[in-house]
Design a protein around this ligand. Structure first.
Ligand code: 6YU
Length: 501
């Protein structure tokens, strides 16, 4: 390991995975670790903002599965960033498969407020089907290529048996609620439609126990703590990377050269790439020279990366129940079990499944967070904010039956439009397997030797074999690649790097 401490390591991207990798390497004694970040800030898809006097999360929201096995939970606890509720052993023991039992208000497109019992049969059937979807990964033999196709077919089959005594209106309402639940699932999975999520791949994602919790002071509090433990000059901001030249043969001491967009060239022994899969999908053909091996390219193309956005809406006063945590919107013309709209410019708003309540701890909230996934979400990003406000106003008036409700203002995220992310997060699209995640995490070269030493390593949320799409998954991949380098230098047969940054 003493040989490695002088090696030049460049990390591309200062999101949680890049920060985690830097942390581990610097703690292990590496002296020349540097992060190149395209933007003026650290955090990437962790982004906390203010909306009126509310703290809002524009990117990651929850610690999914806050329990001992979750390093984000453990760090947040260590730094004192969690509410006492989240620290309770009972909270950590809850195992609900990633779907918190939120208290819901349900409204329909004819302006009716339903009781939760009214839609319970649909919710129950949907929850059972998701559990069944997860099992296909281990068991194999999936009857349909996608989660969407399986759910649609099974709902129709089971509805014919279970709801045969119900009247037509009741049956139709249950099917409309299934459409809403599919849209919820699109937002959770970060996909365009559940027809794009592979039935065999769905169960690759693993949930940790623990009732999802937020960081009351904002997710960026965790970043500030982690960054404060790194040397002040470790990150170069506003430094987008254009190309990684690896396998350099001209200069034997410099295996990798990082070419930045401003023309600057940085020599390194190793690079850890943490750029999002969305950015990789768009730029992999120019981002590496020589090009990536074919199997890696194919997995980058194959694995899914979708868009979800949030629309924060502020009101003079709340129109939802005091204990409400989520509002579901049920379109009464959607009994065909649909999770995408035909006419995106005309009806994009129908993809918004509803809202979560942004909860300040001290008072009844006035702010909702709307969730919208897919192409409809991408279209929403192109609209002027005033038009989004207008669409939300009409939507809420329609569903509450109150023609005078007027939101004060909105603020929406635009994750597709962010050139360094190009979407929100990854999902296992149709035809994907664990092998794709393994290909994406494979370093270059995959089998280092004396003539071809370890050069480019891959971290980032979309390279975790079971926790992709999450902050804890991203953090673990940063640690994993740092460990790869640490053990690389623990193996005595490998060459000692010769020069310094
Ligand atoms: C979580 C949550 N959450 C909502 C929304 C989003 C995400 N996630 P980064 O992108 O952070 O860093 C890369 C850096 O690289 C960045 O700074 C770039 O500027 C830079 N860069 C790029 N190109 C460059 C270049 N060329 N040169 C130099 N620099 C460059 N996760 O745990 N809880 O509630 C949510 C949510 C709207 C957008 C989330 C959530 C995902 C996390 O935010 C994300 O994984 C990590 O922050 C990524 O860190 P990173 O370091 O890898 O990249 C089947 C099935 C699937 C089931 N999935 C369900 C899981 C549910 C996931 N839930 C998400 C939900 C929400 C609401």
């Amino acid at each position: 390991m003493s040989a490695g401490v002088e090696s030049r390591i460049v990390i591309v991207g200062c999101g949680i995975s890049g920060i985690a990798a830097a942390h581990k390497l610097i703690k292990a004694g590496f002296n020349h670790v540097r992060i190149l970040e395209a933007t003026a800030r650290s955090g990437g898809r962790i982004k906390t903002g203010k909306f009126g006097d509310n703290i809002i999360e524009i990117g990651a929201n929850w610690i999914h599965g806050p329990s001992e096995g979750n390093p984000v939970f453990c760090l947040a606890r260590q730094y004192g960033l969690l509410d006492p509720e989240a620290l309770k052993p009972e909270n950590q023991a809850v195992d609900i498969g990633g779907h918190p039992p939120w208290i819901a208000n349900v409204f329909t497109s004819s302006g009716r407020k339903l009781s939760i019992e009214d839609v319970y049969p649909a919710q129950q059937m949907f929850a059972e089907l998701l559990v069944e979807c997860s099992a296909f990964h281990e068991r194999g033999g999936e009857p349909w290529p996608s989660v969407g196709q399986f759910i649609r077919t099974e709902v129709l089959r089971r509805a014919a048996e279970k709801w045969k005594v119900a009247d037509a209106a009741t049956r139709s309402l249950q099917l409309c609620m299934i459409s809403t639940m599919l849209k919820v699932e699109c937002s959770i999975n970060g996909t365009y439609s559940m027809d794009d999520v592979g039935l065999g791949g769905y169960g690759i994602y693993k949930c940790l126990p623990g009732l999802d919790c937020t960081l009351p002071g904002g997710y960026e509090g965790l970043l500030r703590k982690l960054m404060s433990e790194l040397p002040a000059d470790v990150v170069t901001y506003n430094q987008p990377v254009r190309c990684i030249h690896w396998n350099n043969t001209e200069k034997p001491d410099t295996h990798v050269t990082i070419e930045c967009q401003d023309g600057k060239r940085v020599a390194a022994d190793h690079v850890i790439m943490t750029v999002p899969l969305g950015h990789l999908k768009k730029h992999y053909s120019t981002l590496f020279h020589p090009p990536l091996p074919l199997h890696k390219m194919h997995s980058i193309q194959r694995f899914g990366f979708g868009t979800i956005n949030k629309i924060f809406v502020e009101f003079d006063s709340p129109w939802w129940d005091k204990d409400c945590e989520v509002i579901f919107l049920v379109w009464e013309d959607e009994d065909a079990i649909v999770d995408k709209v035909q006419d995106v410019p005309g009806s994009w708003i129908k993809k918004l499944f509803g809202f979560t309540v942004v909860k300040p701890t001290d008072r009844h909230s006035h702010v909702l967070c709307g969730w919208i996934a897919g192409h409809e979400s991408e279209y929403m990003e192109t609209l002027p904010e005033q038009e989004v406000l207008h669409a939300i106003t009409q939507l809420i008036r329609m569903f509450t039956g109150n023609p005078i409700i007027t939101p004060r203002r909105v603020l929406r995220s635009q994750w597709l439009n962010n050139p360094w992310t190009c979407g929100s997060y990854s999902y296992p699209s149709k035809g994907c397997s664990l092998q794709d995640l393994e290909n994406m995490m494979e370093p270059l070269p995959s089998k280092p030797s004396l003539s071809q030493p370890l050069q480019v390593l891959f971290a980032g949320e979309a390279s975790h074999p079971s926790y992709f799409s999450t902050v804890h998954g991203a953090l673990l991949t940063g640690w994993r690649e740092a460990d790869r380098l640490i053990s690389h230098y623990s193996s005595s047969h490998l060459p000692k790097p010769k020069s310094k940054l």
